[in-house]
Ligand binder design. Structure first.
Ligand code: ZN
Length: 122
């Protein structure tokens, strides 16, 4: 139970899990695309506010949105002739989990190409 008057912490509003997602990235050293697993800390907003919430907590809960935070900043190139480490680019470090209007899958693919294309295909 929560004592009256003590603000709830953000983690009281979310179920927290670590998930691995696969992202296609291009190594800046050898320009080879590869699929890399990145760890994300996923915070899903709970369906219900925890018991003991006061008005302030309720307002914060109403505004809270599910989101995920990228844990990995560096990956090792999978090209065995390269194997250099490089920084994750083109992937946001905090992402919304809501079903955002991202357009068609084609649009999305195009955006990904745009994000990667300039530096690697030029
Ligand atoms: Zn490489």
């Amino acid at each position: 139970m929560y004592a009256q008057g003590i603000p709830m912490e953000e983690r009281d509003f979310f179920d927290e899990v670590t998930e691995t997602k696969i992202h296609t990235m291009i190594c800046p050293h050898c320009n080879q695309p590869g699929e890399y697993e990145l760890n994300w800390l996923v915070r899903r907003k709970r369906a219900q506010i925890p018991r003991g919430a006061d008005d302030m907590d309720r307002a914060r809960f109403a505004k809270a949105r599910s989101y995920m935070v990228r844990r990995d900043d560096l990956v090792g190139c999978k090209n065995i002739r390269c194997r250099k480490r490089f920084e994750v680019v083109g992937i946001q470090s905090v992402a919304d989990l809501q079903p955002v209007a991202t357009g068609t899958p084609e649009n999305r693919a195009e955006r990904i190409r745009a994000a990667f294309g300039r530096r690697t295909l030029g």
